[in-house]
Design a protein around this ligand. Structure first.
Ligand code: SF4
Ligand code: SF4
Length: 367
């Protein structure tokens, strides 16, 4: 029987929402009892999504400020709480499992027994979660595909959100950490299909956080650009939050391990809930009908109907451009979709849009 602090933690993680929020099954408790020490669970349970000072957090406990500070700093160093700096002060906030704790736990690429155990426990929790609640149905998308940085033929007026390189130009602090999905797969000895692991990118304050506290590594702009290019070569999909405001992270996802892509591919029309606003266009004169684009397409949206004649299933196409970056002849260019709605401006707008769409990530019984 889980102790009260972990039962309280269940309610707190339910309230924080996101995919794989708290769920009352044995696998949840096995996971959180490994991830959180009891005193960390206690402090986690008084954290809110809004950042708070140590004084404010201490006021909600029966502990001394120094004690609370030490626990919070320990949690921040493991990725169990978020931090932000304001007026020279560090503020702490509670995190959901995803996006949040799961990703932060693996950023440092550690391969300890504890990390291996957690990688297995997270997988066991997710499986049991899906078995009892079913696949999560995406209402309004939390994430958005960023099309490849090169190969854009039309649409030069695209929002800067679609131009990955502008973020690299803009931010001084750029951090690289392990992709949680592939790092956890690696710790479970799963096949990585040749995909790189240390390629998740963070900008600004988040970059400082992951490099100073979570074992990520700081990179300069040149290295960041090289990483983006190598991700495109490998056939990874760029992805970030579905807003048009500044993004502070960029994931590079694959079809075999990525939690988001995996869930998207279980939806009836994946391309409608995960998209960049671009579609591939083909130059038939350049195409040699090698078929590489069809092979690389993550959602299997592309078919070659005859030599160099293609059909793109728009219900499945993400507009990721993985086909374009892999074409040896340069025969594919990404073109803007005329009818694509702009994303919500801010994170607050995004949350509201998700709420308006029948609670955003609605859970449905097994499909
Ligand atoms: S990868 Fe390029 S050359 Fe090969 S079939 Fe696709 S469009 Fe044609
Ligand atoms: S056809 Fe496939 S690879 Fe090309 S943009 Fe669409 S989803 Fe991406």
């Amino acid at each position: 029987m889980p102790s009260k602090v972990y039962r309280d933690l269940l309610e707190v993680l339910k309230g924080r929402g996101g995919p794989y929020a708290g769920h009352d099954i044995p696998e949840f408790f096995t996971l959180v009892e490994t991830v959180f020490q009891p005193q960390e669970a206690e402090i986690n349970n008084v954290l809110t999504r809004k950042p708070a000072s140590v004084d404010e957090i201490t006021a909600k406990t029966n502990r001394k400020k120094q004690e609370v500070m030490a626990i919070l700093e320990g949690m921040a160093g493991k990725g169990l709480c978020g931090i932000t700096k304001s007026g020279g002060k560090v503020l702490y906030r509670g995190l959901p499992f995803m996006p949040g704790i799961f990703e932060f736990l693996f950023i440092g690429s550690g391969e300890s027994e504890r990390e291996r155990t957690i990688a297995h426990l997270i997988q066991a929790y997710k499986k049991a979660h899906d078995a009892t609640l079913g696949v999560e149905k995406i209402g309004f998308p939390l994430t958005r595909v960023i099309t490849v940085s090169q190969k854009i033929k039309f649409g030069n007026k695209i929002h800067t959100y679609d131009q990955v390189m502008t973020y690299i130009d803009k931010y001084d602090a750029i951090g690289i950490g392990a992709c949680y999905c592939r790092q956890a797969a690696k710790l479970r000895n799963e096949d990585l299909h040749g995909m790189p692991v240390g390629v998740c990118m963070w900008f600004g304050e988040l970059a400082e956080n992951i490099t100073e506290r979570l074992g990520g590594r700081r990179v300069n702009k040149e290295e960041a650009r090289e990483i983006i290019t190598s991700c495109e070569g490998a056939g990874l999909i760029h992805m970030s939050r579905n807003t048009s405001e500044e993004i502070d992270f960029m994931c590079n996802c694959d079809r075999w391990h990525c939690e988001v892509v995996g869930n998207v591919l279980k939806q009836p029309k994946p391309g409608l809930v995960f998209n960049s606003g671009f579609v591939p266009g083909f130059d038939r004169d350049l195409c040699t009908a090698c078929g590489l684009c069809v092979e690389r397409c993550p959602p299997e949206a592309l078919t070659m109907e005859a030599a160099n004649q293609f059909a793109v299933n728009l219900d499945r196409c993400f507009g990721c451009g993985v086909c374009a970056t892999g074409c040896p002849e340069g025969a594919i260019a990404m073109e803007t979709k005329g009818d694509f709605p702009p994303p919500p401006k801010t994170t607050r707008d995004l949350v509201q849009a998700m709420k308006n769409t029948t609670s955003g990530l609605k859970v449905e019984k097994n499909q």
